[in-house]
Design a protein around this ligand. Structure first.
Ligand code: NA7
Length: 294
């Protein structure tokens, strides 16, 4: 059993490193070749000439690229190298229609497709503790599982194709709520003159504590918004949530509000910062930016 990774961004790099650590990484490929060469040199694995060559060199093809059109482009490019019985696992966060199309093309070649978006961010990818939410056939998941386990704390089968993405959408709505709550509460704390060294440990240990607060609270208050989880990507994910919600004839206030706030920040050039940069807006409210609320 061996895996190849296509897409060596923040998430794909961590996945590839953990696969290499367990001796399961056969090859890598990245659109920007020098990124692949740097990592491949470090890990001692080959850089495939193109996605088709990578597919031909491994049993499980793991994809982790930005958005819908990128996934379809990569799947199209790898098909000529795909053999019956292989499993293509897409860990990108994209729409259910995209994964349905990718699955259709893959199955036509006699291979299997799993939508397997992840949560846990850069830290989770590096530590090999991502939560993986999988849609597709249970048998294909069992076949690919050993090639996902090196970067996962948990791999959960959510249902047929598209159900990994549906589960991820739920997670992204939750993430919007948590980051809204933390940034608003900490802006209030800062404006109130509370000492962060005393406050943060108490909050983290209480009923409203969360991993995001533990990881990001201190850094938000210090004005450090290094990603992590890039705002532009979360905004893309919330747009995917809106599409799923439209099918149900529902607008969720949290999703609408968070996209509005992200739009304001992205227009000011903060889209490549961590989602915790939402704190910038909340803090401005206390500085007279908008005292009535955004
Ligand atoms: P990054 O760090 O922005 O990395 C994105 C990666 O996707 C990077 O390797 C890109 O290659 C690659 N990419 C983007 N578009 C394409 C196309 N069209 N073809 C091939 N490769 C492409 O994102 P993350 O790692 O944080 O996140 C990846 C996914 O996981 C995303 O869906 C998140 O929502 C969750 P490049 O180096 O720019 O050439």
């Amino acid at each position: 059993m061996s895996a190849g990774v296509i897409g060596l961004g923040v998430m794909g790099q961590g996945m590839a490193r953990n696969l290499a650590r367990e001796g399961r990484l056969a090859a890598v490929w990245n659109r920007t070749r020098e990124r692949a060469e740097t990592l491949a040199g470090e890990l001692g694995v080959p850089v495939a000439e193109d996605p088709a060559a990578l597919a031909a060199a491994c049993e499980t093809v793991i994809i982790c690229v930005s958005a819908d059109a990128d996934v379809l482009e990569v799947v199209d490019a790898l098909l000529p190298g795909l053999q019956p019985g292989q499993v293509v696992v897409d860990c990108s966060t994209v729409g259910v229609d995209t994964v349905a199309e990718a699955a259709r093309c893959t199955v036509e070649r006699g291979a299997s497709f799993l939508d397997a978006p992840v949560t846990g961010g850069r830290e989770g990818a590096e530590a090999g503790t991502l939560m993986v939410m999988v849609g597709g056939e249970a048998g294909a998941l069992e076949q690919a599982r050993p090639d996902l386990a090196p970067f996962a704390a948990e791999i959960a089968h959510m249902g047929p194709t598209g159900y990994g993405q549906r589960a991820k959408a739920v997670n992204q709505i939750l993430a919007a709520g948590v980051i809204q709550a933390i940034s608003e509460a900490l802006a209030f704390a800062d404006a109130s003159g509370l000492e962060r060294e005393r406050l943060l440990p108490v909050l983290a240990g209480g009923a409203a504590g969360s991993r995001l607060l533990e990881r990001r609270g201190e850094r938000m208050l210090a004005g450090d918004f290094e990603p992590g989880f890039r705002m532009a990507l979360h905004d893309k994910d919330l747009a995917l949530c809106q599409r799923l919600l439209t099918e149900l004839n529902v607008n969720l206030p949290l999703v609408e509000m968070t996209r509005k706030h992200y739009a304001l920040l992205m227009a000011r050039g903060h889209g490549d910062e961590d989602i915790s940069a939402l704190y910038r807006l909340k803090r401005e409210q206390f500085e007279g930016g908008n005292r009535r609320g955004l």
